[in-house]
Design a protein around this ligand. Structure first.
Ligand code: SAH
Length: 219
């Protein structure tokens, strides 16, 4: 099976289109987001043993007790971040497999992504390079601090659940920029959308979600 994944089988165009159809019925309407979800090959972001499941709408393990997010959640967060606009600089906290990074790289000018587990970061970087993206930078670090050197950002996306809203991230938002972040609420997690306004921040709750925790290394 060498020409394996193209044309036939689980990662074929038809399988991908079925996923996009599902995302539509679940309420994703932004055409640019749907197009990026169709074009970015999610099967290259998971272990080969799992690639037959890459276009199911489910989170999958990526090692180190971490997961690649469910496609619906990636689409939902990306759509909320963009809000139909063109964005310049975006910060991602929690690169993981690099899948969300690639979706962002397809849609915005520059992506800065921070990850605290080195082997994951190295793999993610290689995957984006192999796919031909050039508009991204990764850093090994505790993302709770953000990446202030490149801020302020037109959008920030956090792909692990924070115990509370990290102030440093709010401060790195440009005016009118949005932060999309899962925040723990008791036993549950809420996906929150924070918008930086003229005189403070506006908070909306989007939905209940289930992310791995945002680890606090020392902030
Ligand atoms: N966006 C990823 C999802 C990865 S899961 C994807 O599409 O695959 C969340 C990731 O956040 C994990 O890789 C985890 O190591 C990372 N993470 C958790 N706490 C972190 C922190 N404080 N700083 C940076 N990365 C963190």
């Amino acid at each position: 099976m060498s020409s394996h994944w193209d044309g036939i089988g689980f990662t074929s165009q038809r399988t991908r289109e079925r996923l996009i159809q599902r995302l539509r019925t679940m309420g994703i309407h932004d055409g640019r987001v749907l197009e990026a979800m169709l074009n970015v090959p999610r099967h290259t972001f998971v272990d080969e043993a799992l690639s037959s499941r890459a276009y199911e709408d489910t989170a999958l393990p990526i090692g180190h007790n971490q997961t690649i997010s469910q496609p619906y959640i990636v689409a939902r967060m990306t759509e909320a971040l963009l809000a139909g606009r063109a964005l310049g600089r975006v910060l991602e906290v929690g690169s993981g497999s690099g899948y969300q990074t690639a979706i962002l790289a397809a849609l915005v000018e520059e992506v800065y992504s921070v990850e605290r587990i080195e082997p994951l970061l190295k793999l993610a970087r290689r995957r984006l390079q192999d796919l031909g993206y050039r508009n991204f930078r990764f850093k090994l670090s505790d993302g709770g601090w953000g990446w202030p050197e490149h801020g302020p950002y037109d959008g920030i996306i956090v792909t692990a659940a924070a115990a509370e809203l990290p102030e440093a991230l709010c401060e790195q938002l440009a005016p009118q920029a949005r932060l999309v972040i899962p925040v723990a609420q008791g036993q549950q997690q809420q996906l929150q959308l924070i918008t930086r306004g003229e005189d403070g921040y506006r908070r909306e709750v989007l939905e209940t979600v289930n992310f791995v925790p945002l680890v606090r290394d020392g902030y």
